[in-house]
Design a protein around this ligand. Structure first.
Ligand SMILES: Nc1nc2c(c(=O)[nH]1)N[C@H]1C(S)=C(S)[C@@H](COP(=O)(O)OP(=O)(O)OC[C@H]3O[C@@H](n4cnc5c(=O)[nH]c(N)nc54)[C@H](O)[C@@H]3O)O[C@H]1N2
Ligand SMILES: Nc1nc2c(c(=O)[nH]1)N[C@H]1C(S)=C(S)[C@@H](COP(=O)(O)OP(=O)(O)OC[C@H]3O[C@@H](n4cnc5c(=O)[nH]c(N)nc54)[C@H](O)[C@@H]3O)O[C@H]1N2
Ligand code: SF4
Ligand SMILES: [Mo]
Length: 750
């Protein structure tokens, strides 16, 4: 039995709720409603009919990290809804997580360990016991380690949950002890993370609520209406306060619809637009020279670089009219406070690193950095950085033997990585066949007979179907964790609400189980979840004043605890001081040389797209966030699948009619990497030459058995080993006439 929480969520005090504590003071309005059960224990209260509320956190890859409440009767969660008092969650959850109980009690949950009985990929499995699963995994690994060393074992994980224990710690400890290969987790934000570390020193953004005071919010290559929903009411309030929202995107997104101005840019050309804006600002003397002199390195060189990006040249590159570039630059320079808000999508291009670097430079030119409600809004995750040693205990272990870029998974499994080759893959919190680039290559690797693949999952995902052993995973309601949001300034504690379903185990439970079977007796592989949280919290607090007085006990009682800004300015880069070695922003960033990148931001055309553009029939395909899923998570929940609709591709009417495609037609989308089938959505939301197919649809529910990642490139970007999903040239044809197309396929570069 499952149900959707109505929206807006009702008061948690409605109905027969017992064990409601009085609201705890001083925690940003979040009421402490009950104590949660400890992991491994059955819920404390309640026999049949007794009802309690358990405080938790949404685990998904989303900046909002909502505070949630689960109403539990006996052992069963009967209602899941937003905490009405949380300052950011504010009583409502997004469309994708509202039906979370449909995920928890989904009839397709994997509830027991499984062993493959059919060919790889067939999805045929038999139930086995945990003892059998554990013995088989440990036995296979011990044999692999004896023959090849532990470097032949590769853990692969990303953002199924963002919790401290279940993800961040589980990414490290067992694998460090084992000496397994490391994973470069570069699928999402690697270019921006590297650029930020080198140029401005830390991921600091203002409290999202400060944006109500911004007078110009430049939302650049970012679609918060889908991906950061709790910022939308704040943008609305800013508009009511006289501020303006400008959206720059190749697609008229949900966010663009409510903006004051939408600028439709050609994909992959944003660095040119940013440099074009700088050109105008310098040219017209609108830059803040005293600020640049005091707080930046290399502004004159950047000015010289921008000199070649005059509005006419930039218009030709970006497709944005020259006059609009000039007006945008003037507006941006002269409106204060003005904030540039981008997220992760924009960097998924082959030139994504330089794009982000150009964007980071922009708020410096006019001295927007360091002002209230001005500057940069990217991520909050640098305010508190968990103590690395407490997280991973790397110094107790031998060095990581090598690091494999997760974007190259298929290549790594098929020969790019050797000596030793990867002989075993352990996947958790990730669904690479659905979500990682170049799925055909990944599948080719997973089909290897000599690869021992273990997948720890909630469902038989497109990836789990290729596993030799599938282990059942818990949902967020069945585990304990601590969450540090990347979109607001509070820690969120997640109590366990219900017992694990079936024989599901959390990532940390499996870590401990495997550690024990492998004979690793380090105490840090056998702590309780709470002990892990306490260890990391204590070590981090020792160097972070923002965590003053934030203890495990307080987190458990209050659920939501705001960072303590009594000793630190909440304004990022206040006074123009940056946490870089020089204290300044590195507009000319010599550290870039070590990354093989020009120290100054620049625009480089995307070879794959540029060589295809202008050739008959080729389109640039973008595949950003789907509104109703989080990557591929939630994309098997029936109500969300219905809302999201069939796996589709948006085409401009001109491109559709040139191919004889009508709205709703099944089309074949292809390039040299592969092909998939999608339903055409004919819309002027995309410009001619650009197509959009949202990510996340499962291959097993798609008409051709594979999703858009059949087409995406596993080439890595210019910085950080970043993924390049959006640098993607494709051909589109009606399914009935697909035979007419392949001759021109050779145009695609790989
Ligand atoms: N509903 C939902 N929410 C999510 C997710 C999800 O899958 N669904 N995923 C989560 C994750 S993992 C992440 S990383 C974040 C991402 O959050 P966002 O970055 O906001 O999301 P994306 O849709 O990946 O990309 C944003 C926009 O970039 C645009 N874009 C692509 N190429 C270019 C370009 O060259 N120039 C410009 N100007 N724009 C470009 C796309 O059209 C898209 O509208 O969202 C998180 N939240
Ligand atoms: N085409 C295209 N593809 C993209 C992107 C794009 O822009 N375009 N964006 C990329 C981005 S930004 C990201 S971040 C990646 C995300 O890629 P992934 O990290 O692979 O995310 P998901 O596809 O949601 O898969 C997460 C899986 O973890 C499982 N899971 C959830 N909780 C737990 C748990 O506690 N334990 C275990 N063991 N498993 C759990 C879920 O059931 C789910 O199957 O996708 C990328 N894919
Ligand atoms: S996905 Fe984001 S907006 Fe939706 S409930 Fe989770 S944290 Fe909140
Ligand atoms: Mo992401």
């Amino acid at each position: 039995m499952t149900m959707n929480a109505p929206s807006p969520s009702p008061s948690p005090n409605r109905g027969r709720v017992e064990h409601v504590d009085s609201p705890a003071p001083g925690i940003g309005g979040c009421s402490s409603l009950t104590e949660g059960g400890r992991e491994g224990e059955s819920p404390r209260s309640g026999g049949e009919g007794a009802t309690r509320l358990v405080m938790g956190a949404c685990p998904h890859d989303c900046p909002d990290t909502c505070a949630v409440l689960t109403e539990v009767q006996g052992d069963r969660a009967v209602r899941f809804f937003a905490n009405p008092d949380h300052p950011i969650t504010n009583g409502w959850l997004c469309a994708k997580v509202r039906p979370y109980l449909d995920r928890v009690y989904h009839p397709d949950r994997v509830l027991y360990p499984l062993r493959r009985t059919g060919p790889k990929g067939s999805g045929q499995f038999e139930r086995i016991s945990w003892d059998e699963a554990r013995d088989e995994i440990a036995g296979r690994w011990q044999a692999i380690i004896a023959e090849h060393t532990a470097a032949a074992i590769l853990p692969y994980s990303y953002s199924g949950t963002l919790g401290l224990v279940q993800t961040i710690v589980c990414n490290e400890r067992l694998w460090n002890r084992m000496g397994a290969s490391g994973l470069l987790r570069s699928i999402c934000d690697a270019a921006a993370s590297t650029a930020i570390a080198e140029m401005i020193g830390a991921k600091h953004s203002p409290d999202p609520r400060d944006l109500v005071d911004s007078k110009l919010i430049l939302v650049w290559g970012h679609n918060p209406a889908s991906t950061n929903p709790h910022i939308m009411p704040i943008l609305r309030q800013a508009q009511r306060n006289g501020g303006r929202v400008i959206v720059i995107d190749p697609r008229r997104t949900l966010t663009a619809r409510s903006a004051d101005l939408f600028i439709q840019i050609r994909p992959g050309t944003d660095a040119a637009l940013a440099l074009g804006m700088m050109h105008v600002i310098f040219d017209e003397g609108l830059h803040d020279e005293p600020w640049l002199e005091a707080h930046s390195i290399g502004w004159r060189e950047l000015r010289d670089r921008a000199a070649k990006y005059d509005p006419v040249t930039v218009a030709a590159i970006t497709g944005v009219p020259a006059q609009q570039i000039v007006e945008l630059a003037r507006d941006y320079a002269t409106t204060k406070p003005s904030i540039l808000k981008f997220a992760d999508g924009i960097q998924r291009h082959i030139n994504g690193g330089q794009t982000v670097r150009a964007l980071l430079a922009l708020p410096a030119i006019t001295g927007h950095y360091g002002t209230h409600a001005g500057g940069l809004y990217y991520s909050q995750s640098g305010w508190v950085v968990f103590d690395e040693e407490a997280v991973g205990h790397a110094s107790d272990c031998s060095p990581v033997p090598r690091i494999v870029n997760m974007n190259r998974l298929g290549a790594a499994l098929t020969g790019e990585v050797s000596d030793p080759p990867i002989k075993s893959l352990y996947v958790f919190c990730a669904n690479p066949v659905t979500s990682s680039p170049n799925a055909p290559k990944t599948i080719e690797g997973l089909l290897r007979d000599d690869l021992f693949t273990v997948v720890h999952e909630l469902f038989l995902t497109d990836t789990a179907r290729y596993a030799d052993i599938v282990l059942p995973a818990t949902t967020q309601l069945e585990q304990v964790d601590l969450h540090r949001p990347y979109g607001h300034l509070h820690l969120q504690y997640n109590h366990q609400a219900i017992p694990p379903q079936g024989e599901a185990k959390s990532n940390w439970d499996v870590t401990r189980l495997l550690a024990e079977r492998l004979g690793y007796d380090d105490p840090w592989l056998h702590q309780t979840t709470e002990e892990v949280i306490e260890e990391v919290l204590d070590a981090t607090r020792a160097t972070s004043p923002l965590l003053k007085d934030i203890t495990l006990d307080r987190l458990q009682r209050e659920g939501t605890v705001a960072y303590d800004f009594s000793e630190v300015s909440p304004i990022p880069f206040a006074g123009g001081v940056f946490p870089t070695p020089t204290g300044k922003i590195a507009l000319r960033c010599d550290a870039m040389r070590a990354h093989g990148v020009d120290p100054l931001p620049d625009y480089a055309p995307e070879a794959e797209v540029e060589s295809a553009r202008g050739r008959d029939g080729w389109l640039t395909l973008l595949s950003g966030a789907a509104h109703h899923f989080t990557s591929s998570s939630m994309a098997n929940v029936p109500v969300l699948r219905r809302k999201e609709g069939q796996p589709h591709i948006e085409l401009n009417p001109a491109d559709a009619s040139a191919r004889g495609i009508a709205d709703g037609d099944l089309v074949r989308v292809e390039n040299l990497r592969g092909h998939c089938l999608l339903y055409a959505k004919v819309t002027t939301d995309v410009a001619p030459g650009v197509a959009v197919a949202p990510k996340g649809q499962w291959g097993q529910f798609s008409p051709g058995g594979i999703n858009v990642n059949a087409l995406t490139s596993d080439a890595v970007a210019d910085l950080g080993g970043q993924s390049t999903f959006h640098t993607n040239a494709v051909l589109v044809s009606p399914v009935a006439r697909e035979a007419e197309q392949p001759a021109s396929l050779a145009v695609a570069s790989d």
